[in-house]
Ligand binder design. Structure first.
Ligand code: FAD
Length: 510
């Protein structure tokens, strides 16, 4: 506390130390340094080239655009520098049953009619036998464009079907960190290279007061942002905060990653193909394709997982396959004492819906909303932890849905996830859907209604009935309007350029 004119004001946080320079560290540095320009605060980031970064994390979800916009990043420059591509959603192959294929698009399905939700009208068509379950894809602009390999950037001004496209990016994680580093350093972040060997604590409060590097240098701080990756150097190794393990619901625990050469113009979507004990990702960038096989070590050994990956690649491998181990779950407190963990140090939900970078962004936004003074208020810290838990648990349930909603029973792994008990919060959602196709976005849930609809229908869960309110509209008129909607989406998409042409014309191709 400081005192002036008899008024006691809390002390300001002056020195922020970021531990780690992966995606999390540099996102935090770029965001914090953007706003700390009063010359009264310092931001120091420590990273170790010897330790390196996790080196994966190349697919994102649409809110990343808000993060880039907050930093005034030019989208075309960012795409060029990170060899990035557009992502309109994820294609899921063999998830519901072997041979199935569905698309989880970004953005909405169709338009509501007289306040009646579009998907209820679609479900009525299903019940009447005038649509097939997979036809839902025809009512999403992002999905129709993706199927044709096309892309168009929505414009806030022009009210055309293109404005219904919602998109995110694929990018090279190393190049993204380098891009943010340049930005953060320009904004005043000081980077220090070195290996952190220990933390110093304040005897009274237990707060971290400094970190010590291998060469003996000590870096003091008021607030520490732990971005040290899975090990959680401060949040776990020093503060022993604890971890909630969710692997009984999300049992995959290994990934083998390998980049390959591009054999075709990049698709504007991620592909996730189910495998006997997990799934394989395919993320097309401008200059290469990122591939990885995520699997459960309880059901498959590493050699078999590597063989499956190598047998299912399209281009030539550009590096040796690399194994990464993880455990799905979250830190019991993302913020403990004066240490806020971001990125893998705060938790990890397996990468099926590419949510991890978003969790970093969400943590940064929450930290801005609750930026502390000294001493740190435990009320505000608890609020941060409550909010992070909510967002983690919501995402967890959505990811579990993909496994629970399978009809596959061809391997022990698929039988386990199909038959496992799931959190009550998810059971309630699935039952509400099964009854009348109802799905509600709760709290500030990340995945909105269309995402749940995409996965439930994509994995063949048709509700027993639709909302009775949908029957109040004239069937013939609705069918005509839906036909027109489909045709408009298709003809609009056909006029769009391929994503490569779009990137080249925009000057966004490297
Ligand atoms: P890291 O990249 O591990 O960085 C840790 C940093 O801490 C490094 O700079 C390291 O040098 C430093 N450090 C550690 N210890 C010390 C020390 N003692 N001294 C000094 N420095 C130290 N996310 C997505 O959003 N989309 C995806 O598609 C996606 N796919 C993924 C696939 C897999 C298989 C995995 C495992 C993760 C994936 N993720 C994905 C998550 C994503 O990779 C991470 O969220 C992101 O890379 C952030 O990592 P990080 O910065 O927290 O950790």
């Amino acid at each position: 506390m400081s005192q002036s004119n008899g008024i006691v004001t809390p002390g300001r946080i002056a020195d922020v130390v970021i531990v780690g320079g992966g995606t999390a560290g540099w996102m935090a540095a770029a965001a914090l340094s953007r706003f700390f320009d009063d010359g009264k605060r310092t931001i120091t980031l420590v990273e170790s080239d010897q330790i390196g970064t996790v080196g994966v994390g190349e697919a994102t979800i649409p809110p990343i655009r808000n993060f880039n916009a907050m930093l005034d990043i030019s989208e075309n420059e960012f795409l060029r520098e990170t060899r990035g591509t557009f992502k309109l959603g994820i294609e899921f192959v063999d998830w519901g049953r072997i041979g199935d294929r569905y698309f989880h698009p970004f953005g909405d399905y169709g338009h509501d009619f007289h306040g009646i939700q579009f998907h209820q009208l679609f479900l009525r068509q299903l019940a009447l036998g005038s649509a097939d379950i997979g036809d839902i894809a025809d009512y999403s602009m992002s999905s129709v464009a993706a199927a044709l390999g096309r892309f168009g950037r929505p414009s806030a001004q022009a009210k055309t079907p293109i404005s219904e496209i919602s998109y995110a990016f694929h990018f090279d994680a190393g190049l993204y960190a380098a891009f943010l580093r340049k930005l953060a350093e320009r904004q005043g972040t000081v980077r220090k290279e070195g290996q952190i060997v220990r933390a110093h604590r304040n005897g009274e409060s237990g707060d971290v007061s400094a970190i010590e590097l291998a060469d003996g240098t000590c870096i003091e701080g008021d607030l520490f942002i732990d971005c040290s990756g899975f090990r959680g150097l401060l949040i776990e190794e020093e503060l022993e905060t604890g971890y909630d393990d969710w692997s009984h619901w999300l049992p995959v625990d290994r990934a083998i990653a390998v980049p390959t050469s591009n054999i075709a113009s990049p698709d504007p979507f991620t592909r996730s193909t189910a495998r006997p004990a997990g799934w394989q990702w395919r993320i097309p960038l401008q200059h290469r394709v990122g591939n990885g096989h995520v699997f459960c070590s309880q059901y498959m050994d590493e050699d078999e997982a590597r063989d499956i990956l190598l047998a299912n690649l399209e281009g030539q491998p550009l590096a040796e396959p690399r194994t990464i181990r993880f455990k799905t779950g979250m830190r019991r407190k993302a913020w403990s004492h004066n240490v806020v963990s971001l990125g893998l140090s705060s938790g990890f939900i397996e990468p099926l819906e590419s949510t991890s970078i978003h969790m970093i962004q969400n943590g940064i936004a929450r930290l801005f909303a609750l930026f502390p003074d000294k001493p740190i208020s435990s009320l505000e810290r608890d609020e941060y932890n409550r909010g992070m838990r909510d967002v983690y648990e919501d995402v967890r349930d959505f990811i579990i849905l993909h496994y629970k909603a399978t009809q596959r029973g061809d391997t022990d792994f698929w039988r386990y996830v199909r038959d496992m008990a799931v959190p009550d919060s998810l059971t309630r959602k699935m039952e509400l859907w099964r009854l009348h196709g109802r799905v509600f976005r709760e709290n500030a849930e990340l995945f909105a209604q269309p995402s749940w609809i995409a996965v439930m229908l994509g994995q063949n869960i048709a509700p027993e009935s639709h909302d009775p309110i949908a029957d109040t509209l004239d069937e013939r008129k609705v069918a005509e309007a839906m036909k027109q909607m489909r045709e408009t989406y298709r003809s609009t998409a056909q006029q769009l350029p391929s994503q490569e042409d779009f990137l080249r014309r925009a000057g966004a191709w490297h």
